[in-house]
Ligand binder design. Structure first.
Ligand code: IPD
Ligand code: CA
Ligand code: CA
Length: 271
């Protein structure tokens, strides 16, 4: 195993253990509101501290981009960290959340870990070497038609301006697929696409730390990840479409007619 993946795993497990210790005590946590509909607890912050400590001990020269701690400049390597993805679920005792850690070398994703501490499921990938779930190789699903596909998504609950365009896409997809789920941890949703549990996924208005690890998992599992135009600027834009190759193409086809509205609603030009 690549030594940097090993460190990512150690960091993710440490954070996961910490998060699980708080599961029965969520009502006693200090919770603050970061922005509209966006909450952060002391667990998010402590989990990021634990991750950064493990990484810093091994690679003090590397940069860090963490959801809670922001950017810390370093050399050509940057760790992209979401210490607790699915905070709303966590705070409600809804058992679906994860730790997400990716490593970028310049602009290229090289290592990925998404860890579900409640199920003890560890999704890992190294660029060019495939993706695993608990050390067993995973592949994206083989469903080729939307009518057979189970999709994941996330609702645009913070970016209120996108809701109408989002709902138009949602409408088109609920009538043409086997089902749509909104589990509440984008990193884990992407890991499920990599493992073939979901056939595709789309969400708008995400942050780099929600997507970085999950997108490498999908690519290494034989799937496709892109922005809604079918380009590769999803990490910068925050809008992501993913799936096995056939479902990815089908999703882009469905989303494309709504794109103008989506970007117009946001008041910003596409890209
Ligand atoms: C959120 C989760 C959720 C997605 C949101 C994210 P957080 O991350 O991934 O599934 O719909 O857009 O912000 O805030 O719990 O780390
Ligand atoms: Ca997140
Ligand atoms: Ca988070």
């Amino acid at each position: 195993m690549h030594p940097m993946l090993n460190i990512a795993i150690r960091a993710a497990r440490s954070a996961g253990n910490l998060i699980v210790r708080y599961v029965d005590r969520v009502d006693r946590l200090n919770v603050t509101q970061k922005s509209y509909n966006e909450f952060v607890s002391e667990v998010d912050q402590q989990a990021e501290d634990v991750i950064v400590e493990v990484i810093r001990r091994a690679y003090p020269q590397h940069g860090i981009l963490g959801e809670e701690g922001g950017t810390r400049q370093g050399d050509d390597y940057t760790w992209v960290i979401d210490p607790l993805d699915g905070t709303t679920n966590f705070l409600h005792g809804f058992p679906q959340f994860s730790v997400s850690i990716a490593l970028k070398h310049r602009d290229r994703l090289s290592q990925a870990v998404v860890y579900d501490p409640l199920r003890n499921e560890l999704f890992t990938a190294t660029q060019g070497e495939g993706a695993q779930l608990n050390e067993r190789r995973i592949r994206v699903s083989r469903h080729h038609h939307l009518r057979d596909a189970l999709l994941g998504t996330g609702f645009p609950y913070r970016f209120v301006v996108d809701v109408d365009a989002y709902l138009a896409i949602f409408r088109d997809l609920i009538v043409s697929t086997a089902g749509v789920r909104r589990p509440g941890s984008a990193a884990l949703d992407l890991a499920y696409v990599a493992a073939g549990r979901l056939d595709g996924f789309w969400e708008f208005g995400l942050k780099e730390w929600d997507m970085a690890a999950g997108s490498l998992l999908i690519q290494e599992a034989g799937g496709m990840v892109g922005d809604p135009e079918g380009g590769d600027r999803y990490l910068g834009r925050g809008d992501i479409v993913a799936g096995n190759p056939k479902i990815y193409e089908a999703l882009i086809e469905i989303i494309r007619p709504h794109l103008a509205r989506l970007t117009a609603d946001r008041g910003a030009p596409a890209g």
